[in-house]
Write a protein that binds this ligand. Structure first.
Ligand code: 13P
Length: 254
């Protein structure tokens, strides 16, 4: 039984004060919600304040990236241990924006995943094809590469601790969501590859989120698909009211 995980990726939005105000409202709106795990991923600087504000609630906190070393001369980088100490338990790794603008590769993603796991964080590993790749019939090849290389060298126990987020690049911030069928096809493919690379019990355990223009209007139909176990939400997670509607996609759950 996979418990859905709905995470908000705030990207480079919100000052510390704005982040605390948002989660204070979220805490009130989501009090008593059951059956779904909720996570918010603010910018690094707001992690500690957000984690403190959410103390005692079931809402988890995540970072949006991490480095693959614990400490050292790596100007500007933040280690998984530092993230954990600040109060986060999740970390997004290999988001397409990081692959596109900061030259992240499957190899750097793999190093980060390993280090995050070693530090006790839950990696949310992002995979997904661009529009050009989809149109060229390359979706499965690209997603397979992201999964195989991003998780290379992990044992089954470690893979079960990861969350995979399928985020087709063409659906991110465009208002163009993958149809539930399009998303389900790729989610099923990912689960099949996990079964082949590790084992079927591992494949059945891993949470696979969908991300890309998830909104209150489309979450319910996406979540109805058998292999969609949650969402990684960008724009619609910034406002507590719309994120609440996404989390409560099944109606009031209190
Ligand atoms: P949007 O929900 O704004 O399309 O962003 C998706 C995303 O990139 C989440 O990581």
């Amino acid at each position: 039984m996979r418990i859905p995980v709905i995470a908000g990726n705030w990207k480079m939005h919100k000052t510390v004060a704005e982040a605390v105000a948002t989660v204070t409202e979220l805490k009130r709106r989501l009090a008593g919600v059951t059956g779904v795990k909720v996570v918010v991923c603010p910018p690094f600087l707001a992690i500690k304040a957000v984690a403190d504000a959410l103390g005692g609630t079931a809402i988890g906190v995540g970072a949006q990236d991490c480095f693959w070393e614990s400490f050292g001369a790596f100007t500007g980088e933040v280690s998984p241990e530092m993230i954990k100490e600040a109060g986060a338990t999740y970390v997004i790794i290999g988001h397409s924006e990081r692959r596109q603008y900061f030259h992240e590769t499957n190899e750097t993603v793999n190093k980060k995943v390993k280090k995050a796991l070693a530090a006790g964080l839950t990696p949310i590993v992002c995979v997904g094809e661009t529009l050009a790749e989809r149109e060229a019939g390359q979706t499965e090849r690209v997603v397979n590469d992201h999964v195989t290389k991003g998780l290379a060298g992990l044992n089954a126990h470690e893979v079960r601790r990861c969350i995979i987020a399928y985020e087709p690049v063409w659906a991110i911030g465009t208002g163009k969501t993958a149809t539930p069928q399009q998303a389900q096809e790729v989610h099923a493919f990912i689960r099949q590859r996990l079964a082949q690379l590790w084992d079927s019990a591992t494949a059945a355990t891993v949470i696979i989120q969908y991300g890309g223009s998830v909104k209150p209007e489309n979450i319910k139909e996406l979540m109805a698909e058998p292999d969609i176990d949650g969402a990684l939400v960008g724009g619609a997670s910034l406002e507590a009211a719309s994120f609440e509607k996404i989390v409560k996609y099944n109606g009031p759950m209190t």
